[in-house]
Design a protein around this ligand. Structure first.
Ligand code: TTP
Length: 230
């Protein structure tokens, strides 16, 4: 079923000559999205668009990511507005490459993070409604197609351990409960119930595997990810 969907999406792509094959890599915080992108960055014809975390940490001297973790009720709206803008910029960035590999997408920002903040009432209805109005307008009127989602599926305990080890100062306040709940939200979106709209077929990779051996998994799925002809 997945292969059929991928084939259909390839077919669609082939009907629009010149358009790159667009892949978004998704997964919980610490699931290894950057490592995945580093690996595929080495192949010809691939352009990698990493997540603009650095600009979230320094927008004209303001660390929006840090502010959001320190005082979520006060800063989540500001932070998610900026995340949405930077995601849109990545979606719209033109490329000459035949494969565009994106770290996350405007969809996970909305369906995972904004969703979580809404559920926890960190974002009041009024603020969530404004983010949603932008999101609806963007997704309905702009060309932000994705051909494939790679879901790096992990266990919450494993990513929590990785987050603690990488020790990003802003993420000191992240709890295991938060990671567990983000995991369930990713699962609901990409694995189980398709709770939200899925913008592309989903390829699931076991990303609990250690860095040293996960390359074998990447290698295994390389032709699907890079849209190689059999
Ligand atoms: P991730 O987008 O999950 O990136 P990462 O650096 O953890 O990826 P990986 O380890 O898999 O390479 O999260 C970056 C930080 O931004 C994290 O603290 C969660 C936060 N974040 C939000 O709060 N809201 C959002 O909409 C997004 C996309 C991230």
């Amino acid at each position: 079923y997945l292969l059929q969907k991928v084939a259909r999406s390839i077919l669609k792509k082939n009907m629009q000559p010149g358009r790159p094959f667009i892949v978004a890599v998704e997964g919980n915080i610490g699931s290894g999205k950057s490592t995945f992108l580093e690996y595929f960055n080495n192949f010809e014809g691939v352009e990698v668009l990493s997540e603009p975390v650095e600009s979230w940490r320094n927008l004209n001297g303001n660390n929006l990511l840090g502010l959001m973790y320190e005082d979520p009720k006060k800063w989540s709206f500001t932070f998610q507005s900026y995340v949405q803008l930077t995601m849109l910029q990545n979606h719209l960035k033109p490329t000459k490459a035949s494969i565009k590999l994106m770290e996350r997408s405007i969809f996970s920002a909305r369906y995972c993070f904004v969703e979580k903040m809404k559920r926890d009432r960190i974002l009041p209805h009024s603020s969530a409604a404004v983010l949603d109005a932008w999101f609806q307008w963007i997704t309905n009127s702009m060309n932000i197609n994705i051909d494939l989602i790679v879901y790096l599926r992990t266990s919450p305990e494993i990513v929590y351990q990785r987050i603690m080890e990488r020790n990003r100062p802003e993420e000191k306040l992240v709890s295991l409960e938060y990671i567990q709940s983000l995991h369930e939200i990713h699962e609901d979106w990409l694995n189980n119930k398709c709770l939200h709209h899925c913008p592309a077929p989903v390829l699931i990779i076991n990303a609990d595997l250690d860095k040293a051996i996960i390359q074998r998994e990447y290698q295994h799925w390389k032709s699907a990810i890079l849209n190689e002809k059999p």
